[in-house]
Ligand binder design. Structure first.
Ligand SMILES: *Cc1c(COP(=O)(O)O)cnc(C)c1O
Length: 434
């Protein structure tokens, strides 16, 4: 409290100033301010003690005694509320990155001696997390082709606690039948004690909740990289876990203790720009993706196109059932995976490299860069880039061809994208040795 009768030293005034305004009524801002304080004034030890007692307490879900940014702060709280609504989940907890969110989801659901079953194709760093680190913690990980749910269920063991998947899977676009898998797991869980049940965790980054909401189809948890479509502009990293209220305390405690906290500035950006523009961005990019997928499918240099919206795609029928926007329209998303022609793996690898390098050197609208869900169209070569941590023989098993290209459609005009793609496909043609 400032003593009005005292003249404080200028250096003290530089520190304290007043830093408060009676005119700043948070609730009257159209866009909330960014929370810029790592710590919060507590007024009394009672308030401090209450804040710590209530933190993450399952019976005080809405407590608002802020203590320290790593515990909670207003921007993350507001974002978490929005994200839970977007996915139709009970609660959401945000993290520093998508990988921090995936680590948290798996971290709260597994312990030494458990087994995790995954789909065979998935994001490279998730593969690395599970195969480089989890064995050290005595958590066993194996994969299956979850497109064949009945066959994959034979891989379930008594110690299986998590079935983890992406659909569409990165980068192959494999589609896994969420409702069917959830039903099979419900059957297994019906015969198990609660602490031995299997949780179904879905990475929904490729679809965003605009195109697909796995919890509606029976998944227990959804994880996202907020870095991608949910933030949309490529300026901030983040992640989120959405799931049942039973796990809110663990997810908050995990974040507090492992420390992978989303910055308030990143939370604010997703809240202010990412979520409000999600529907209009995805609708537009998805329309373009459909046109580009059809164009690629008809191109002589392209041997195969995996896009959920194409009737020729093997996952089309299941995608049609479960990829639906908020109005119920089929929402096949903005990601395309395709392969180039070539008689041998080496030829295909060359064609892929030539295609990508031509884009990198010449294209105006298509940028060689990892990430996706951006306003800009991004292209990458999974086998040598994002999925390089997966050994070559496992890549083949996972359906990743050496020529495979992942294209993440942005908001450019479709004619300009086609122009750049056509030039690069033409260049890749000359690479194939005769
Ligand atoms: C990018 C990505 C991640 C990891 O997210 P980060 O924010 O980069 O940590 C996880 N899963 C998928 C499908 C992704 O595309």
């Amino acid at each position: 409290m400032e003593d009005p009768d005292r003249t404080y030293d200028p250096t003290t005034q530089l520190i304290h100033g007043r830093m408060r305004s009676d005119a700043w009524e948070y609730g009257h801002h159209l866009v909330p301010p960014i929370s810029t304080s790592t710590t919060f004034r507590l007024d009394s030890t009672l308030r401090g003690a209450t804040g710590f007692q209530e933190y993450g307490h399952p019976e005080v879900p809405d407590h608002h005694i802020y203590i320290y940014d790593r515990l909670r702060e207003p921007n993350k709280d507001m974002l978490e509320e929005r994200l839970a609504v977007a996915e139709g989940g009970e609660i959401a907890v945000t993290y520093a990155t998508g990988m921090a969110a995936i680590s948290a989801a798996l971290g709260v659901l597994t312990r030494a001696g458990d087994h995790v079953l995954t789909h065979r194709a998935m994001y490279g760093c998730t593969h690395s997390l599970l195969h480089r680190w989890y064995p050290r913690m005595n958590v066993d990980v194996s994969d299956a082709d979850l497109r064949d749910v009945a066959a994959a269920m034979e891989q379930v063991r008594p110690e299986t606690r998590v079935v983890y998947l992406e659909t569409p899977a990165n980068p192959t676009m494999d589609i896994i039948d969420l409702a069917n898998l959830a039903a099979e797991l419900r059957l297994v869980n019906a015969g198990r004690r609660e602490e031995e049940r299997i949780w179904m965790v879905v990475d929904n980054t490729f679809s965003t909740p605009f195109c697909q909401r796995p919890i509606e189809h029976g998944a227990d948890f959804v994880v996202h990289s907020l870095t991608k479509g949910l933030s949309g502009f490529g300026t901030d990293m983040g992640g989120v876990v959405i799931g049942p209220r039973t796990h809110h305390t663990d997810l908050l405690m995990y974040r507090k203790d492992f420390g992978g906290v989303l910055s308030s500035r990143a939370a604010w950006a997703v809240l202010a720009y990412g979520l409000p523009s999600l529907a209009v961005r995805v609708r537009h990019a998805q329309e373009t993706a459909g046109q580009i997928a059809r164009y690629l499918e008809d191109h002589p240099m392209v041997s195969r196109v995996a896009y959920p919206g194409l009737p020729s795609f093997e996952g089309h029928a299941v995608a049609r059932r479960q990829m639906r926007d908020y109005d119920g329209h089929f929402a096949p998303g903005t990601l395309i995976y395709f392969e180039l022609v070539g008689a041998t793996p080496a030829e295909r690898q060359q064609a892929g490299a030539r295609f990508i390098n031509h884009l990198a050197g010449n294209a105006y609208t298509v940028t060689l860069a990892v990430s996706l869900g951006n306003v800009r169209t991004l292209v990458e070569h999974p086998s040598s880039m994002t999925h390089a941590p997966i050994p070559p023989e496992d890549q083949v098993r996972a359906g990743i061809d050496p020529s495979g290209i992942r294209l993440a459609i942005g908001l450019e005009a479709v004619a300009d994208l086609r122009h750049d793609l056509e030039a690069a496909l033409e260049a890749s043609r000359h690479a194939v040795p005769v």
